[in-house]
Structure formats: structure tokens, C-alpha cells
Design a protein around this ligand. Structure first.
Ligand SMILES: *Cc1c(COP(=O)(O)O)cnc(C)c1O
Length: 416
């Protein structure tokens, strides 16, 4: 959305088309935003729309090969009601902390379909995971030894997968998590020795986990990493103590946040995944192929809503001062992994097109210039009481923000 957009044309980000409008007001879960704000009781809040999450899962099922297992990486959005809903839609839940594990165990997802990844798992977390019977993705040799101790103490056989840090990298990823020196997984070269030790320890080996990176909009780059992951897993499988039953090839499916970014070509990815699936079926028919998706399932289904407190003019520039800000939505402020700040799609939710339009900056109540939700963006002319909506906010929003900073009230969350 550039400032150069003609005043008559509504600047459109694809994200804004995903929600219905009624009388120029955004609708969420078939309710006007103004009414939803009344029922939530106060701003700011996050709202996630069930119908969009369902549509996204249906699209993935229709486009990706049959038999492929979809997992939800719940760090993208750990709201319990949402995770609970997701448990009924996907084939597994991936957690990355004891706290997330607790939320996942409260859903009706079978424990064998819950996996626990992430470096630095504590003995207490490992003991809980062993007792629950979830799959533990081993991130190091030391962790493997500690899991074996936890299993022996409880008289249980821990279920494990081995996370590999491969030699290759995921190209075009917003965040790289494999290739090179990493705190994630075990370097590819050390995997054979670890597999043999794993057998001695009597752990129940299920398979491999290879996750190379996040926020990728290139189907070709993801397809290449997936092909290399399948190839690597098949080459290491003969050295494992038992047959390969699980192969989690990560995810990394990105969503477009900024002007000029294009949505991932899911159809192209589906075609290449069908080839990988066929290859795996032939070489290792018993292996469950898994992709783990976070933001791709939820980012576009969510908005952040805050209220304009004051319309302020400084040296000719308009600032909408709101009750929301970076303490609830660090990513939209540009401080969560961006190198150059860019605007998320933002609009006035109760007057999307509006009559008069103007270029404004949307700021929050924090005493720092970083507290910026939109910088010189064109939107409908707004005043105190109007609702500002930040789109693409269903992932890495509230839980990825420094809520305690400046001691303002927390944001609420609703699933509609
Ligand atoms: C964070 C993470 C994901 C999810 O990443 P998205 O970009 O939200 O899809 C998946 N798997 C692992 C291991 C992760 O750490």
C-alpha cells in the first residue's frame, strides 16, 4: 500500500479481501466489528475467525497430496480455544515448551500425534513428555541421554524422533533454522553415531524431523528443501534401530505481509510434494510424511483491533494515537525480525473505504518512537472512538509481544 495510491482507489492488500464487509464496516464471524467490540467489552483485542482457518485447512487438504499429515505448530498462536479447534482439523500438534505441551494435552489430539521440539528442554519438561507419551524431537545427544534417564525412572519407553540440522539451507527463508552452525537439531554428520546410541538406550525411534526455516514465499525453494530432506532421511534410515515410521519435513510456508509480496504458489508446491510422497511410498511405505505449519494456518485469519484515543497533528502530519501498540503487537511495529520497517496492512475497521481519506501514522501509548503500528499510510479519515484494524495478525501477535512493557492493560483474544 503506497502513499502514491490514487485517492479514489482503495489501497488493497489481499489480506483485506478475506473478510466480509457490511456497510463499509469489517465483519468478523458474521458480526460487524463495532458490535464485536461491544461484546468483547474493551479494546485492544485480537480476533481470529474460525471460518477462515477452516477454509485454509480445506485448501491445503485439496491441494497437497492425499495421505500427507498436517500438523499445527502452535507457537504461531497458542490461544487455548484456537488450539482446541485446530485439534479437530489437523492431524497433529507440534509444541515447543512444557507450557504449550500442557495446552496440547488438554485437547483431544491423540498423544502419539503430539510432538515436542525445541532446544533447552528441562528435565521436568522431558519427564512430563515421557509420562504423557508424546513424541520428543531430540535436539542433541545430551538431550537423548536425559530422555533415556527420564524413561528409566518412570519405567516407560520414550518415543523419540531425531531432529537433523542438514548440510543444506532453505533458500529465501525469512528465518533460517537449518544449515550451518545452529542451536537446533543434530548436525547431519553426527546422526549415524547418534542412531546407534539411540538403539543401545532402547528408545522407541520413530523417525526424523528436519525443519530448515520459516516465512518462505518461494514454492520452488520449499520444494527443493523438501526433496533434499526426503533424500537425506532415506539415506540415513538404514542406520536406524527400527524402520522409519515418521518423517517431518518441516513447513516454512510463508504469508504475504508487505506490499509487493506475493502469496505462496500452493498448487506448484502440491505438485512437487506429490512426487516426494510417491518416492517415499515406494522406498518406505510405512512412513508417515508430516508438514508442520504455524503462520500459514492462522496468520491471515486474525486481526488486531485498537481504538483511536486522539487525532493529533504535528508539523502537518496526522497521528492517530491509539490504545494499542507494540506491547501487544511487536511484529506490526516492525521490531520482530524485520531489518527495514514496513507497514502491515492497516485500515479503519468501522469505515474501511470511508469518504475522505488521508495519510496518517498510527501510534500507541508507549513512550518510545518504536511504538508505531502504521507509518504514513493512507486510510479513511478517522477520529477518536474509531477502530484501527491490523490485518495478518493471527500468528506471532500477542504471545510474541512484550506485554509487560510500560504496564498497560493486556490485550484480549476472541475466536469467532
Ligand atoms: C516455529 C516453528 C514452526 C512454525 O513456523 P511458521 O513460520 O509459523 O510456519 C514449525 N516448526 C518448528 C520446528 C518451529 O520451530
Amino acid at each position: 500500500m503506497s502513499a502514491a495510491t490514487a485517492a479514489t482507489a482503495l489501497p488493497v492488500h489481499a489480506a483485506m479481501d478475506q473478510f466480509a464487509l457490511h456497510d463499509d464496516c469489517l465483519q468478523l464471524g458474521a458480526q460487524p466489528l463495532t458490535r464485536l467490540a461491544q461484546r468483547v467489552g474493551r479494546t485492544p483485542f485480537y480476533a481470529y475467525e474460525r471460518a477462515q482457518i477452516e477454509r485454509r485447512v480445506a485448501l491445503l487438504r485439496a491441494t497437497l497430496p492425499a495421505g500427507l499429515q498436517l500438523h499445527y505448530a502452535m507457537k504461531a498462536n497458542p490461544m487455548p480455544a484456537l488450539v482446541n479447534m485446530m485439534a479437530g482439523l489437523v492431524d497433529g500438534i507440534d509444541v515447543a515448551s512444557g507450557g504449550e505441551l500442557k495446552t496440547a494435552l488438554d485437547t483431544d489430539m491423540p498423544v502419539a500425534r503430539i510432538s515436542f521440539a525445541g532446544p533447552g528442554k528441562t528435565d521436568a519438561e522431558l519427564a512430563c513428555a515421557v509420562a504423557a507419551g508424546v513424541v520428543i524431537n531430540l535436539e542433541s545427544e545430551a538431550e537423548m541421554e536425559r530422555v533415556a534417564v527420564a524413561g528409566a525412572r518412570q519405567g516407560l519407553t520414550p518415543r523419540v524422533a531425531l531432529r537433523i540440522n542438514p548440510d543444506f539451507e532453505l533458500k529465501h527463508a525469512g528465518m533460517k533454522m537449518g544449515g550451518g552452525a545452529r542451536q537446533f537439531g543434530v548436525d547431519q554428520q553426527r546422526v549415524p553415531a547418534m542412531l546407534s546410541r539411540l538403539g543401545q538406550l532402547g528408545l522407541d525411534f520413530l523417525g526424523f524431523h528436519i525443519f530448515c526455516g520459516s516465512q518462505n514465499l518461494s514454492a520452488a525453494a520449499i520444494a527443493e528443501a523438501q526433496a533434499r530432506s526426503v533424500e537425506l532421511a532415506l539415506s540415513l534410515a538404514p542406520q536406524a534401530p527400527s524402520p522409519l515410521r515418521l518423517l517431518n519435513i518441516g513447513g516454512g510456508f510463508g504469508v504475504p505481509y508487505f506490499p509487493g509480496e506475493r502469496a505462496l504458489d500452493l498448487a506448484a508446491l502440491g505438485r512437487s510434494m506429490a512426487a516426494q510422497m510417491a518416492l517415499l511410498r515406494l522406498a518406505s511405505p510405512e512412513t508417515r510424511l508430516v508438514v508442520e505449519l504455524g503462520r500459514y494456518l492462522v496468520a491471515e485469519a486474525g486481526v488486531y483491533v485498537c481504538r483511536v484515543l486522539e487525532r493529533k497533528i504535528s508539523r502537518g502530519q496526522v497521528f492517530l494515537v491509539t490504545d494499542g501498540g507494540l506491547h501487544h503487537h511487536l511484529a506490526a511495529s516492525g521490531n520482530f525480525g524485520q531489518t527495514i520497517r514496513k507497514n502491515y496492512p492497516v485500515a479503519i475497521g468501522n469505515r474501511i473505504a470511508g469518504g475522505a481519506r488521508e495519510t496518517v501514522s498510527v501510534v500507541g501509548p508507549l513512550c518510545t518512537p518504536l511504538d508505531l503500528l502504521a507509518e504514513r499510510m493512507e486510510m479513511a479519515r478517522a477520529d477518536a472512538g474509531d477502530l484501527v484494524v491490523v490485518y495478518q495478525s493471527g500468528a506471532y501477535g500477542l504471545s510474541a509481544s512484550p506485554g509487560a512493557f510500560l504496564s498497560h492493560p493486556a490485550a484480549l483474544e476472541v475466536l469467532v
